[in-house]
Design a protein around this ligand. Structure first.
Ligand SMILES: *[C@@H]1O[C@H](CO)[C@@H](O)[C@H](O)[C@H]1NC(C)=O
Ligand SMILES: *[C@@H]1O[C@H](CO)[C@@H](O)[C@H](O)[C@H]1NC(C)=O
Ligand SMILES: *[C@@H]1O[C@H](CO)[C@@H](O)[C@H](O)[C@H]1NC(C)=O
Ligand SMILES: *[C@@H]1O[C@H](CO)[C@@H](O)[C@H](O)[C@H]1NC(C)=O
Ligand SMILES: *[C@@H]1O[C@H](CO)[C@@H](O)[C@H](O)[C@H]1NC(C)=O
Length: 271
């Protein structure tokens, strides 16, 4: 299995040769053996314990961009979409672990629907590729996330499992330009599905309204819902320090808007 590895190993730490070379071999998927972690240099990339599945709402996504006119909501997109699946405290673990469009061929129809690029200038594959390099290569030390197809397939499964669109509808939370919601009501609507393992993120629009834009769901390393309290605490500090995602936690002392998707004027859904 080392046969091909030297060809593209430049810049790749020796410790991850196993994982990097494994993807070169068609049909061969290797999970990093935990027992090897401490004898090699991989611990930096696999000592995370918690991930965040971040979903974005196409109805307000454009409002979260600085350049609001670069966004685009394809006609077929009518549900919450995936932003990414991110191990905490680990990113960009292996730039040599290449991803090719062909890796995702089988998943592409579903990815296009559930993980679309909502930015005009960014192709869907570029979006997926960036997420893979930044987050997927760190997640990949876990069996179910252990290659580009595994990482994307598991993310899609999680998205389908967490049918938040239906949970919200069932609880009477529907997109609207006029009605706003208390954060407690939104949490209550999501609780049957997500327990207390989610965080809502908002942006402010030009009328100073708080608009719901993202949903972060805690996922353990074993790909089950929820992370330990201790890890969640670290998360918040981490998010504050790195300011990685757009928006801020939705405030508790004001009501929150859940705008409908406007495919024609996605940057002005409620004007
Ligand atoms: C590395 O892991 C092995 C097996 O898990 C353990 O026996 C050994 O003590 C560990 N070595 C170090 C230096 O932590
Ligand atoms: C993982 O390891 C890195 C490097 O040793 C360290 O900086 C980081 O704090 C560790 N993260 C966790 C969650 O233990
Ligand atoms: C998954 O990990 C979490 C947190 O470490 C743990 O509480 C839970 O029991 C694990 N679930 C399974 C099915 O292993
Ligand atoms: C943090 O994010 C907010 C919202 O996107 C942005 O306005 C602010 O400039 C960012 N701060 C830093 C230090 O990057
Ligand atoms: C909500 O609380 C924040 C911080 O505590 C404060 O800055 C803001 O003005 C409050 N908003 C309302 C509508 O009371």
């Amino acid at each position: 299995m080392f046969l091909n590895s030297s060809i593209i190993m430049d810049g790749c730490k020796i410790s991850i040769i196993l994982t990097c070379s494994s993807v070169l071999l068609v049909g061969w998927v290797l999970t990093l053996d935990q027992a090897q972690d401490n004898t090699s240099d991989t611990s930096h990339s696999c000592n995370w314990t918690c991930m965040i599945l971040t979903l974005q709402w196409p109805g307000s996504f454009c409002l979260s961009l600085n350049a609001k006119n670069i966004c685009r909501i394809p006609q077929s997109i009518e549900k919450w979409t995936i932003h990414g699946l991110w191990p905490l405290h680990a990113h960009s673990c292996c730039s040599c672990w290449r991803i090719y469009h062909s890796h995702l061929q089988e998943l592409e129809p579903e990815l296009s629907q559930l993980w679309p690029s909502l930015v005009k200038t960014r192709s869907a594959f570029t979006f997926w590729k960036d997420e893979w390099y930044k987050h997927g290569t760190c997640a990949a030390c876990v069996e179910n996330l252990g290659s580009p197809p595994h990482y994307f397939r598991t993310s899609l499964k999680l998205r389908v499992l967490f049918d938040i669109d239906s949970a919200l509808t069932d609880a009477g939370v529907v997109p609207s330009c006029d009605t706003s919601y208390k954060i407690d009501d939104l949490h209550r609507a999501l609780a049957p599905l997500l327990g207390d393992s989610s965080v809502l993120q908002c942006v402010k629009d030009e009328k100073d309204r708080e608009i719901w834009v993202q949903l972060k769901i805690y996922i353990s390393k074993n790909v089950t819902l929820g992370c330990h309290k201790e890890e969640r605490k670290q998360t918040l500090t981490f998010a504050k320090a790195t300011n990685t995602s757009s928006g801020h936690p939705c405030p508790v002392n004001t009501t929150i808007y859940y705008f409908p998707i406007d495919h024609v004027h996605p940057d002005h859904p409620c004007d």
